[in-house]
Design a protein around this ligand. Structure first.
Ligand code: FES
Length: 105
């Protein structure tokens, strides 16, 4: 189950994802600590902000919760494809996903 992440320098990196962990946990676990995730996934910091650049054809993502949307409102870099990666559980259906780490607010 692969995850590809584009870091802020524009480089694309792919690694084997761990099912059951969030996208945030996967990205940090793979060593990409520019995704700060300061609150540890408790939906209070928005420093796990990324863009979903490509979703596998058969995959669907649940809509962001109201709390996630409200936190994203606070970012200067919000886009239509913005998500907080701590709120996305990684599973096999997401294998092949490509995300890009958002600029730091
Ligand atoms: Fe803080 Fe996602 S890690 S909101």
């Amino acid at each position: 189950s692969m995850i590809s992440v584009r870091t802020r320098d524009g480089e694309l990196h792919s690694f084997e994802g761990r099912v059951g962990a969030s996208l945030m946990e996967n990205i940090r676990g793979a060593g990409f600590d520019e995704l700060l995730a300061m609150c540890g996934g408790c939906l209070s910091c928005a420093t796990c902000h990324l863009y979903v650049e490509e979703l596998p054809k058969t995959a669907t993502l649940a809509e962001p919760s109201i709390d996630e949307s409200e936190l994203l409102e606070g970012s200067d870099y919000r886009q239509e494809n913005s998500r907080l990666s701590c709120q996305i559980p990684f599973d096999e259906t997401l294998s092949g996903i490509i995300v890009r780490i958002a600029p730091e607010d």
